[in-house]
Design a protein around this ligand. Structure first.
Ligand code: ADP
Length: 231
């Protein structure tokens, strides 16, 4: 479970996030939506522990800044960054070791094969295309079996097969109880995945609602988004 309580973020004098609170339950995939500049990245980076902020963020009842909290959290950033002199395989090993994951070789092979990286496992970070880096970054996050997974703009830069596989994996781990928060402006791409929508506008949370709470069941995310964000 992910709990964000009274999150406020200032960049110098500018208040980018204004006292936001929300919860994403275990086994729930929440979509974080909002116009450009609304504050989505700031929220994701705060949860990932990459920014200073005011408020409290709990990962399965552990503070996100604690070692226990960090162990439970996975993060797939929008822009992947690779170590130029580590191979694809070594990136996964590093991630597994950092999280003290044991016996991960079989899962590593499965993930690399799923994302068409098995024959590229000995390529260096510096030799990878942006899409390949994105796939390595996904594998690095998934190898740690996170209880809470943050995904920033997951479909951007991926080929159709990788998008299909990523969606299947997100559904699979969500069904096993993982909490997933996906930030995206490509609402179509998460239409068949979402359980909860969070809409951010000008640094404020203007909607948090689960799919069941909508009276009209077949409303698209896009319809909901425009309904709540248009002036
Ligand atoms: P989104 O991800 O929804 O597009 P961001 O979280 O990137 O929005 O930005 C929210 C607000 O914070 C915007 O007004 C943006 O200009 C501002 N902002 C983001 N990063 C910085 C920064 N490093 N320094 C100053 N202002 C920033």
């Amino acid at each position: 479970m992910l709990e964000v309580v009274n999150l406020t973020k200032h960049y110098n004098k500018v208040q980018a996030i204004k006292d936001i609170s929300f919860t994403v339950n275990s086994g729930e995939l929440a979509v974080l939506a909002g116009p450009n500049g609304a504050g989505k990245s700031t929220i994701i980076k705060s949860i990932a522990g990459l920014l200073r902020y005011e408020g409290n963020i709990m990962i399965c009842n552990k503070n996100n800044k604690s070692i226990e909290g960090k162990r439970l959290l996975g993060y797939i950033p929008e822009i992947p960054s690779m170590f130029p002199l580590l191979t694809v395989s070594e990136h996964i090993n590093l991630s597994a070791h950092a999280y003290s994951i044991k016996d991960y070789e079989k899962k590593k092979e499965e993930l690399l094969k799923t994302f068409d990286l098995w024959d590229k496992k000995d390529k260096f970070g510096s030799e990878l295309s942006k899409g390949m880096m994105q796939k390595v970054s996904i594998c690095c996050a998934l190898i740690t079996n996170p209880s809470v997974l943050l995904v920033d703009e997951p479909m951007v830069g991926l080929d159709p097969k990788a998008i299909k596989n990523l969606k299947e994996i997100l559904i699979e781990i969500r069904n096993k109880g993982t909490t997933i928060l996906v930030s995206t402006h490509l609402l179509d791409s998460v239409q068949e995945l979402w359980d909860r929508i969070l809409i951010i506008k000008k640094g404020q949370l203007i909607l948090t609602k689960s799919k069941e709470e909508f009276e009209i069941k077949d409303k698209s995310l896009e319809d909901i988004f425009f309904e709540f964000t248009e002036e």
